[in-house]
Write a protein that binds this ligand. Structure first.
Ligand code: CS2
Ligand code: MG
Length: 414
């Protein structure tokens, strides 16, 4: 069967090989590359920050042998096979591995069709994808300056985080310029957390930001799971005068019902979902309209196939998307996410943390930033490739995410 007949005559594209590429151009990335008999290939991100090798093993030892010989066009069937067929459903490792397969297969299908991926999803719903960047500083004034720098670069939305007096290693104040890298040691760095110091500080940051930068710029803030529901409610209320675009991950969401309490007390929009990996993690949050933005993303929530299901459910309840896009999600995830964002009707915003120049070189891509928006190119597929030779020059480095402890030593949520 020729490549052309596989496209036009409902033919098959047989999977010949699939392999996992691990590299560390500034940070670790796991990439799955699937090749077909006809020479067309696709790539998918499989990076699970701080737990990378578990997905490598899941893919190499358990998934790849199941892919060889299958028809790459049967994306839905392969998704169901990997999800139902494993017996063990959900979970970050499983769903990241499935996402990598799914992303690579969508890349292949779009290349085979000669179309940019967003076209296969239903076509363009918007001209550009609104993104938010990350501004952070050791103190309030440094954060105010950094937000100004992002505005100067053309951003229309900026997430703002600042160091908190008396809190060593407060979340969001990272190393690196224009990118933020929290995984920083072979063993976890221990950071400190004080809820009362933070709750006193955060409203002051946003008061200063509005004073310095005016009412137009969209401001976002990530609480990174640190508060209890009633504390989150208090913060949301205190931030209301500064009109945030969203308050993110204000409390851990294993207990979805907890968001009801926050909701009852504040009109600050709520966002959650970067660590969710299935529709079941957010079903109650969405159906009860307890959140405004769902932040699940391609790589950790089962790929485009599953993310689309989450977005469709969310659209029934006026919940919009806001996919996670930190530096630890590879350009292959970003490319796929941007095609998804270009199509999805209930789009909200996309996080865009820049990658290091080394990462950008290893993953050539055709998306670009302009005037506060990311725009996908028209290259068939999701528009992101991997330079395997270059990748091989950056071997894997064990790195873990930090942990946080309260001032009395109790382990807390990082
Ligand atoms: C963060 C991430 O981007 C975000 O919203 O919560 O920086 C997160 O800490 C990392 O992706 C963890 O791997
Ligand atoms: Mg976050």
């Amino acid at each position: 069967m020729s490549f052309e007949s596989a496209v036009v005559a409902g033919g098959t594209l047989k999977i010949r090989d699939a392999r996992v590429i691990v590299c560390s151009p500034g940070r670790n990335f796991v990439t799955l590359k699937i090749e077909t008999d006809e020479g067309v290939y696709g790539i998918g991100d499989a990076t699970l920050n701080g737990r990378e090798l578990s997905v490598v093993s899941y893919l190499q030892d358990h998934v790849v042998p199941n892919l060889i010989g299958r028809d790459a066009h049967r994306i839905e069937d392969i998704w169901q096979f990997l999800y139902r067929g494993a017996y063990w459903r959900r979970g970050p490792v499983t769903m990241t591995a499935i996402a990598a397969v799914d992303t690579a297969l969508w890349d292949i299908k779009a290349k085979a069709a000669g179309m940019a991926l967003y076209q296969l999803l239903g076509g363009r719903s918007r001209d550009g994808v609104l993104v938010y960047g990350h501004a952070n500083g050791a103190d309030i004034e440094e954060t105010v300056d950094q937000v100004g720098r992002y505005i100067g670069m053309g951003y229309r939305a900026v997430r703002a985080q600042s160091g908190v007096p008396g809190v060593k290693g407060a979340y969001g104040v990272g190393r690196g310029d224009l990118y933020y890298e929290p995984a920083d040691g072979t063993l976890p760095t221990e950071t400190l957390w004080s809820t009362s110091a933070y709750l006193n500080h955060a409203p002051k940051l946003f008061e200063r930001l509005r004073e310095a930068h005016g009412p137009e710029i969209e401001l976002l803030h990530d609480v990174h799971h640190r508060l209890t529901p009633i504390e989150a409610a208090r913060l949301g209320k205190a931030l209301e005068p500064f009109r945030l675009f969203w308050m993110e991950d204000s409390t851990p969401a294993e207990n979805q019902e907890a968001f009801r309490l926050i909701r009852q007390h504040t009109v600050t929009p709520l966002a959650v979902g970067e660590i969710f990996n299935s529709i079941h993690d957010c079903r109650e949050l969405i159906q009860n309209q307890l959140i405004d933005y769902i932040r699940t993303t391609v790589v950790h929530a089962g790929g485009i196939t599953h993310l689309r299901r989450i977005a469709d459910l969310a659209s029934l309840y006026q919940v919009r998307t806001g996919s996670h896009g930190a530096t630890d999600l590879s350009p292959a995830c970003m490319g796929a996410a941007l095609h998804f964002d270009t199509w999805v009707p209930n789009f909200g915003i996309q996080e865009y943390m820049r990658h290091t120049p080394e990462t950008d070189e290893v993953f050539p891509h055709d998306y670009s930033f302009d005037d506060g928006y990311l725009r996908v190119g028209e290259t068939p597929g999701h528009g992101v490739d991997i330079d395997e030779e270059l990748a091989a020059r950056y071997p894997y480095k064990p790195m873990q995410l930090p942990v946080a402890r309260l001032t009395d030593g109790t382990l807390w949520n990082w």
